[in-house]
Design a protein around this ligand. Structure first.
Ligand SMILES: [Mn+2]
Length: 317
């Protein structure tokens, strides 16, 4: 019988598995990847009697492989908070799904373990941007920790997962998980392995400073367009940079363009003061879509750049 631990490479996925394996140690094949690599079950080849744990990736995006593994006779424990689509049910499947907006996978595992490894759940909740949930879980700890520090750790572990490929990341999520696993709590981790936090902090700061000083094609009162090169740091920072710029200048719309072989990967953030129109802009281009406040275009051909800028300016003038 073999074990497989399948987890999203972001803070929520890592902290969910940390709780489970600190509570129930297990030698397992690890399957993970960058944050947006969510079809992870396709990489699992299990057989009858094998046990597969799946954390923080949508059921819907893994449904074919879930059915395949169940048919082979694997036992599956699946914990997640994304929309699952049609809920599967099978004798070998234990599902723990909750899509409430204040819930993440680390919080679900914390409930499942009755708070046995709650400190890492707090870090996972902070990483998934659920500050109130993190604070609520922290209240259950014997002593209230330095939440500011734990929040930073969660955000940095989460930031580490951004990139197009694992080779873009500061840490392969599997190595990061293995490095965190021996530490029973975030405070013990920070004390015993201070270098880890330093590496994560330095990487984040350097990426952000590259991003903040990157070439601005447009820099006007109502609109800024930032162009990032086809480099690992740009693929890591593009999403977080958009959020930071939006917070710094809430009256301005931002577009972050990252060069890719096909042209640009585009991320548009409406002004925080006027959270509309990002989807309207992006939908005018093939492969564009999203929500009113934040939208994107997967591939904008280089020859469409000036049209894109015109559309963006017109929307937010
Ligand atoms: Mn999550």
């Amino acid at each position: 019988m073999a074990y497989f631990d399948v987890f999203n490479g972001d803070a929520d996925g890592i902290c969910a598995l940390l709780q489970l394996r600190q509570h129930t140690p297990r030698i397992a094949t690890l399957v993970t990847g960058v944050k947006r690599d969510i079809g992870l079950l396709s990489r699992v080849s299990a057989s009858s009697g094998d046990v597969v744990t799946v954390l923080d990736v949508a059921v819907e995006k893994n449904r074919l492989d879930l059915d395949r593994l169940l048919q082979l006779g694997a036992e599956i424990f699946y914990v997640d908070h994304h929309n699952p689509g049609e809920m599967p049910s099978a004798a070998g499947l234990q599902l723990l799904i909750n899509t409430a907006p204040e819930i993440c996978t680390s919080a679900l595992v914390n409930g499942h373990l009755s708070g046995a490894c709650a400190s890492w759940a707090v870090v996972g909740c902070f990483g998934d941007n659920l500050d109130q949930t993190a604070e609520r879980v922290a209240q259950t700890l014997p002593a209230l920790p330095n939440l500011k520090l734990w929040r930073e750790l969660g955000i940095l572990i989460n930031y580490n997962a951004y990139g197009a490929h694992v080779s873009d990341l500061h840490f392969d999520p599997e190595s990061l998980y293995r490095r965190l696993l021996p530490h029973a709590s975030p405070d013990i981790c920070l004390a015993e392995d201070p270098e880890l936090m330093q590496i994560l902090q330095a990487g984040y700061r350097q990426d952000m400073s590259f991003g903040e000083t990157a070439n601005r094609l447009i820099n006007e009162a109502s609109v800024a367009v930032i162009r990032l090169p086809d480099e690992p740091w740009a693929r890591r920072v593009s999403g977080v940079l958009g959020n930071k710029l939006a917070l710094d200048t809430p009256y301005r719309a931002h577009a972050v363009l990252t060069e890719i072989p096909e042209g640009f990967l585009v991320s548009v953030r409406a002004p925080l003061d006027n959270r509309i129109g990002a989807d309207t802009v992006c939908r005018q281009f093939p492969s564009g879509g999203g929500r009113a406040a934040a939208a994107g275009i997967n591939q904008l051909p280089k020859e469409n750049l000036s049209t894109f800028i015109d559309v963006l300016k017109k929307q937010y003038a």
